[in-house]
Ligand binder design. Structure first.
Ligand code: MN
Ligand code: MN
Length: 473
């Protein structure tokens, strides 16, 4: 009779995920907490893509990064390249010949919000209002009856640019969109489908109420008063709204959530949590990595990565060309292509955490859970893996080994049930260069809402993951 197998050996065959917390020392738990606080400061300084670029640039300069376009930066090995103030790349040259390929982390710094229309201002019922056109995938009911701040730029007729941010300082006024009282909303709202209850055209922002002082023939006295205030404070006229980008975002700050302060709540964590983790990962390099690092912070992901600041633009090729030049090589097209083909990348983006209130849209065995570390998504897409990068088993094998060797806590899950829906990411736009690519980021709850939720320990594991990817892969 053959011997029965040892049960202890058999039990080792099963994968037994542990919460990241359980694997941390007391000291590491402190690091998680302080990292989260620094992240919260970043979120509060960077509520729009422009502000994120400004903050990243400021910190990069403090870390000694130099302008990649500047010829005087020749002696440096750490560079930044801006793209119209809305996307930015940070790079560091490595020990290996650049032609061996680079390590790329690409995240996005735009988030769903309400943009002002080109002709936003009007008056109705003795109120001044601003018309909006939402940006990205929002649930419209989440954007009414909350304090909003206005962030953006206005280019005046003489070409001068005004930057402004109203509603963040405690002394600032805030703005809001009115919602209908429950007493009257029964027929026109409550009985409708949630997505139809509030129409896009009804997302108009309350902007003022006081009529202009003095005599005037103009019937729009409230609007006139607003225009007078805008002119007095910013020197702008109504037509200037046309050459403006003004974004309404939640006016509240990001902050810790939970009695144990283990969670970050705040607007724009999709995808600034990955942006911040990758920023800190490149800053953490104390010596040149083996392969050059490139950390990209892109705009326009939420609307399909289109446009000259999105991941479908040729920004990446431009930065690679410039890096070749800095390495003393002529940036010939075939060199750029060859370099990208040999490169490895992470698409740094969030995934959906299993929501205890709505477990039915998830397939639990393959759903991310808060606290179980950074997630690897082989694919995202939807309904039959359409429109997605699908990372190879070989590449996932490499990344998995890398994370295990360096103590990164990770999970590898999908976004929702097969037929329930899905999403997209930047991964496929870079994968077209033939490089190895996988989606990698923390899970979050309440994604695309004005108050997104992330675990502080997942944030920290994400930072660790990005750091080892840049330095050790
Ligand atoms: Mn995202
Ligand atoms: Mn998103």
């Amino acid at each position: 009779m053959s011997e029965l197998p040892d049960m202890k050996d058999l039990e080792k065959l099963k994968s037994r995920p542990k919460m990241a917390w359980e694997l941390l020392s007391e000291e590491e738990r402190k690091q998680v907490a302080s990292f989260a606080q620094e992240y919260i400061d970043f979120l509060n300084a960077a509520k729009t893509e422009r502000e994120a670029v400004r903050e990243i640039l400021k910190q990069a300069k403090e870390q000694g990064f130099q302008d990649l376009s500047s010829s005087s930066a020749q002696a440096s090995r750490k560079f930044y390249q801006l793209n119209r103030g809305k996307s930015i790349a940070l790079c560091s040259l490595g020990k290996e010949d650049i032609c061996q390929g680079i390590r790329i982390i690409i995240s996005h710094i735009d988030s769903p919000r309400l943009d002002l229309k080109p002709n936003p201002l009007y008056e109705d019922q003795e109120l001044a209002l601003l018309r909006t056109h939402y940006y990205g995938g929002i649930k419209k009911y989440q954007w009414v009856a909350l304090p909003l701040a206005l962030h953006g730029v206005v280019v005046r007729s003489d070409g001068s640019k005004i930057e402004f941010c109203l509603g963040e300082n405690p002394n600032d006024p805030v703005f809001t969109i009115s919602d209908l009282l429950p007493h009257l909303s029964g027929r026109i709202m409550d009985e409708k489908k949630l997505k139809e209850a509030i129409e896009g055209e009804k997302l108009t922002i309350l902007f003022g109420h006081e009529p202009i002082a003095g005599q005037t023939e103009d019937k729009e006295r409230i609007k006139l008063n607003i225009l007078s205030l805008l002119h007095e404070r910013y020197g702008i006229v109504e037509e200037d709204f046309i050459s403006a980008e003004i974004e309404a975002v939640p006016a509240w700050p990001a902050r810790l959530v939970g009695l144990d302060q283990s969670i970050v709540g705040g607007y724009g964590q999709d995808d600034r949590i990955c942006a911040y983790a990758s920023l800190r990962a490149i800053f953490a390099q104390t010596e040149p990595p083996r392969y050059p690092s490139m950390v990209l912070f892109m705009d326009k992901e939420e609307t399909g990565s289109e446009g000259n600041t999105g991941a479908q633009s040729c920004f990446v090729e431009l930065v690679v060309s410039q890096l070749l030049q800095k390495s003393g090589l002529e940036p010939k097209e075939h060199l750029v292509r060859d370099l990208l083909f040999r490169s490895k990348a992470l698409s740094a983006d969030v995934n959906a955490a299993l929501d205890p209130n709505y477990p039915d849209v998830f397939e639990k065995q393959n759903a991310c859970r808060l606290g179980f570390g950074v997630n690897l998504s082989k694919y995202i897409g939807s309904r039959g893996k359409y429109a997605t990068n699908d990372a190879s088993a070989e590449y996932i094998g490499d990344i998995r080994r890398l994370f295990n060797e360096h103590g990164v806590v990770w999970q590898a899950k999908e976004l929702g049930k097969v037929d329930e829906g899905g999403g997209g990411s930047i991964a496929k736009f870079l994968a077209k260069y033939g490089l190895d690519m996988i989606d990698c980021g923390p899970p979050i709850l309440s994604m695309h809402s004005p108050f997104e939720i992330a675990s502080t320990v997942d944030l920290y594991e994400t930072f660790k993951a990005y750091r080892v990817f840049l330095e050790k892969s």
